[in-house]
Design a protein around this ligand. Sequence first.
Ligand code: PMP
Length: 564
Amino acid sequence: MEKKNTEAEIRPLLRENIRNIVPYSTARDDCKVRMDIYLDANENPYESGVNRYPSPHQPRLKQMLSVLKKVPEKNIFLGNGSDEPIDLIFRLFCPPGKSSMVQAVPTYGMYSVAAAINDVRVIDSPLADGFRLDADALLSAVEPDTKVIFLCSPNNPSGNLLDRDAIIRILDSFGGITVVDEAYIDFAGSESFIGMLERYPRLIVLQTLSKAWGMAGLRIGMAIADEYVADVMSRVKYPYNISILNQRKAEELLSDPVGAADRTAVIIGERERMAEELSGLPQVEKVWPSDANFLLVRFRDKDRAFDDLMRAGIIVRDRSSAYGCEGCLRITVGTPDENASVLEVLGAAGRDASGNVPGTSCGIGAREGTSGRTASCLRKTGETSVCVRLDLDRFRAPRVATGLNFFNHMLEQIGYHAGIALDVFCFGDIATDDHHSVEDVAIALGDCLSSALGNKSGIGRYGFSLPMDEAEATVLIDLGGRIDFQWDVVFRSERIGDMSSQMFGHFFKSLAEHLKCNLHIRAAGTNDHHVIEGVFKAFARALKTAVGRCSGSDTVPSSKGIIE
Ligand code: PMP
């Protein structure tokens, strides 16, 4: 890039206090020569791989990025994700309480959050139909105190590239700073605005290693800007904003651009396939064309789609509250297998001839997969939100999180000792007490077990267990369909771990009611922890026997021929 005196153009745009800021100078900055012994920075001298401060200027990383982006190193500022330069732009150019920024909505939420933190007024300028950028409309939203315009291209959450000529028109007309956030540019078949920097020194292009480069965990983002802007950003940032480990890992991963490009190509191919297949689903109203690694999808009933996906263990982003995105979910393009799962869940839901998505009315979804006996349940009340998934014919280490450590530990026993795949997540009002969480998990688990068992053909039906551990715990179970619950367990203390002891009886009672079974539990011992752990393990063993398939039998284990 040819050297120009851009300082004269940009300096007046800076906040007054920033114009002459003297940056914190690190000892290594002052001494450019490599020395043998470093006693300048109060570090610990003993080598651990991370006992020294990282380079504040990240020269190696910038050198690699300079090659990849075809831009001189001095035009690159590196931050802790691109969220850092977003914040810095406000700190550099926007006097708090006295300035505004304009953004084209719907758009990435961090612009307005960072503006609010910096006490900068946010002016929303809506994108036109099809999320098209109308330069005149946006420019008419600019007010005398507007210092910065934020444009995101490809835009999050709509996914589309903004019109290049419209951006250029804004660059030609607006006297402040224009930011073009290109976080998703590598997924778009379009040229970056980096090439326009020479012509427009008031342009700042944001990019990130979090998306196409697959390094979101490293938190490295870039502002590619006029040399003077990049320099002022460096003076204002925290001195050591990117850790040694993150710099090293990024250098390692950047050295394989071909691998990254291959993965990007797969994602782009999958995006197109997903867009086409999703468009064909009856419950999908619209899929917007995307130049990014996600799709904005409008559903006829987005809550239903969200819950179906959630029950299958798939989380997507509800963007329905964003401008112009009513009824929309934003779905990131995953691996081909992950995408197939999304289509399977949404497709299966759409195929239900009754119009009922399996499980949404009662909160249960049973899926006949290859193993057949799987079920999932999403149960939401004003007090809890519980998600349970299980597979009676496959073991996988349980994944349990309820906010109650002891309860987690007990539920894991069910997964391990029943030899089933079990996931239980509960977000409940445990700040009040454990009652609702324990009860609602029991209900959801009981419903799920019952649903996974289907018509119960081939099962052992009965289960019993012998004393386990030092405590004596006996659990008898009959999955016959009638409910009877007996609880003969006495605890010495009112609490075990972070739970109240009386909730265990309540847990099994609710479970029995929803699993529709006879459940008789007896246990005794001197140590409450062992007693209840024995109960959970014995229950798991009893369950394993009862749900286990009798080899060669596919009949219902009842002389009546049905179990209800
Ligand atoms: N810009 C846009 C448009 C984004 O969507 C995101 C993250 N989702 C970012 C910037 C921030 O990226 P990071 O901080 O990970 O670099």
